[in-house]
Design a protein around this ligand. Structure first.
Ligand code: PLZ
Length: 600
């Protein structure tokens, strides 16, 4: 049987109608559930262990649930892992035509707790009495079915059980037919200004792998631009978000407050650099965090000027467009722009050859000339520039700028939206330099994929704005906060700072090896799991964006998703998530090497 194909040959021949092998656990989203039959009856999810033992139906229920002893019906609602099929529960397609009564569940999972806490997960299955059920990692042993239990709604959990083999697999040409069909639909209704990276449409993801609608599996070296740092669909993050979703979806914190927001602010205070009282405002997106940082600094200093650097990226809102370096595609034609934004040259060692102090002197001299330190509310700097090409300033640059800012009463804002939250092997990239900013923006990696962002900093600066001055409807949504709390825990207890450094230790030597072999690689740089190569003409050092684009196109055809960066588009960046195994990383390097070879 080809990889991943579902064998449903015998599913009607067996007493339980469930002899179906699947190659992995699948997700059943609300949307995909067949609601006709059980809509009015409530539904529950059970997990059937099919490991060549079609007689085992596992029911999941509360410890004190009398219904566990009642009959169940395992019916049509068999969730089948048809490769790439979103429509999981189409009854006719399954060839299980009639619901059949089942005399009893043959195995019972009792989950302690009250009914509204019932969130059965794989962990619950593992905890059942009897032989351990393998975790879904091996992908072909656990299977999700829907069972009816009278009028009870015991609510289901199937999407927790995501598991995708951690390997590349190319089933169709790239893009496959389903991706192409989706692309046609998209072209008719999605604005052209929303760019298109990979030409494949994702349907699920886990660990370091994204699976597309055609069943192809890709090694993801983008992490949604550094967002799912703890790994795709990390079990504890998904569980925390799901729990909170069912408990408290939204109140708006300034209207009716809740604990998870406070907890996230505590965690931010604890993990951002600096040993002084800190406060936070939690918002939803990175650009919003940057806007708020500027707003807070302006209010505190009673000044208006904002300093930013060449190659900076801070967002797409009106103010952050003005702060972002590159006009195309980010700001051209979208003006007029916010005023009082001043741009200065930064430190780009590969291109300017300056030491940190030299580059800082240049930045400072420029700012003093064009605006004057006394007119600046803040200077906003990415400690490692993200979209700008993973540019790491030369040693001592950030410290010199921070000193100058302090001496001039300028608020030093570190935009750590891409470089923060364990990405570089430290909580924040400034930690590498021992530099302590006044304000820090955090977003992307903080909530495992849910939208959450924050400004954190010195209490006296943060508190200058009065009640009502900061906030927004969705800022610090409870579900995103719950996910963020789980992310902090995963980073701390899962050794993920170390893992980020280990990823750097695996990838950097490989990239340096490739640099020695391919002169098109002008520079190799990065920290932890934030790495890049800059491609240039070997003779003139002119940026070679065409080579970057060719490699990205080659990589996707071979099952690896890569991303470009850089003001000249000539940087290939690597942002693997921290659940990506060394094996996957090295496999991706092999594809990169073949891509470089294909340049000829
Ligand atoms: N500051 C340092 O990296 C977002 C954006 C890519 P938002 N970077 C990825 C794109 O094409 O939109 C980013 C960042 C830094 C601010 C932002 C903005 O964060 O959450 O996208 O608003």
């Amino acid at each position: 049987m080809p990889d991943g194909e579902v064998d449903r040959v015998r599913d009607e021949a067996q007493p339980l109608g469930l002899v179906v092998r699947v190659d992995r656990v699948l997700r059943v989203s609300e949307r995909d559930r067949h609601s006709r039959a059980q809509g009015h009856r409530g539904e529950a999810t059970a997990v059937a262990l099919l490991s060549h033992r079609p007689d085992r139906i596992v029911r999941v229920g509360l410890d004190d649930d009398a219904a566990l002893h009642a009959d169940v019906q395992v019916g049509q609602h068999v969730a089948l892992a048809e490769r790439g099929e979103e429509h999981l529960l189409g009854v006719p397609a399954l060839g299980v035509p009639v619901e059949r009564p089942v005399t009893a569940a043959l195995d019972v999972v009792r989950v302690p707790g009250s009914r509204d806490q019932m969130r059965p997960r794989v962990g619950a299955v593992v905890a059942r009495p009897g032989p351990a059920v393998p975790l879904p990692d091996d992908g072909d042993r656990i299977f999700v079915v829907m069972v009816h239990i009278d009028h009870r709604t015991l609510v289901a959990m199937a999407d927790t059980l995501t598991s995708i083999p951690q390997s590349r697999a190319l089933i169709t040409e790239i893009p496959g037919p389903r991706s192409r069909a989706l692309h046609e639909r998209r072209a008719a209704v999605v604005a052209r200004g929303v760019s298109l990276g990979a030409p494949v449409y994702a349907v699920r993801a886990h660990g370091g792998i994204i699976e597309d609608v055609d069943g192809n599996r890709f090694i993801d070296l983008t992490s949604g631009i550094g967002v799912v740092t703890v790994g795709h669909t990390d079990e504890s993050v998904v569980a925390a978000a799901r729990d909170e979703l069912g408990r408290l979806t939204h109140t708006m914190f300034p209207t009716v407050p809740y604990e998870p927001y406070v907890r996230v602010a505590e965690l931010l205070a604890e993990h951002t650099p600096g040993d002084f009282p800190k406060k936070s405002v939690i918002v939803t997106t990175g650009a919003e965090a940057v806007e708020n940082a500027v707003k807070i600094a302006r209010r505190y200093t009673r000044r208006t000027g904002v300093a930013v650097l060449d190659h900076a990226y801070h967002g797409r809102t009106n103010l952050t467009m003005a702060m972002t370096y590159k006009a195309h595609p980010y700001s051209a034609g979208f003006g007029p722009f916010a005023s009082d934004v001043f741009r200065a040259p930064g430190s780009y060692p590969f291109r300017d050859g300056l030491t940190g102090p030299e580059a800082a002197a240049r930045t400072i001299a420029h700012l003093e000339k064009v605006v004057g330190g006394e007119n600046l509310a803040c200077i906003v700097i990415e400690p490692i520039q993200g979209e700008g090409g993973f540019v790491i300033p030369a040693d001592g640059y950030l410290a010199a700028i921070a000193d100058w800012a302090r001496d001039n009463g300028v608020v030093f804002v570190a935009d750590e939206i891409q470089s923060g939250m364990a990405r570089t092997g430290y909580w924040y990239a400034v930690d590498h330099e021992g530099v302590v900013p006044d304000l820090v923006t955090t977003a992307k990696g903080i909530a495992g994929g849910l939208p959450l962002a924050a400004v954190t900093g010195r209490a006296e600066i943060m508190d200058d704005a009065g009640p009502g001055g900061l906030g927004g409807t969705f800022g610090g949504n409870p579900v995103a906060c719950a996910a963020a709390i789980a992310v902090y825990e995963r980073i701390e207890t899962g050794g993920l700072l170390e893992r980020a450094r280990a990823i750097g230790a695996v990838l950097l030597p490989e990239l340096l090896r490739l640099q020695a072999k391919f002169p098109v690689i002008g520079d190799v740089r990065g920290r932890g799991a934030m790495l890049a190569i800059e491609l240039v003409d070997p003779h003139t050092h002119a940026p070679d964006a065409a080579a970057v684009n060719a490699i990205i196109a080659f990589a996707i055809r071979h099952g690896v998703i890569l991303l470009s960066a850089g003001s000249d588009g000539n940087v290939l960046r690597f942002l693997p998530n921290l659940a990506t195994s060394d094996e996957l990383l090295l496999d991706a390097i092999a594809v990169l090497e073949a891509g470089l070879e294909s340049l000829g």
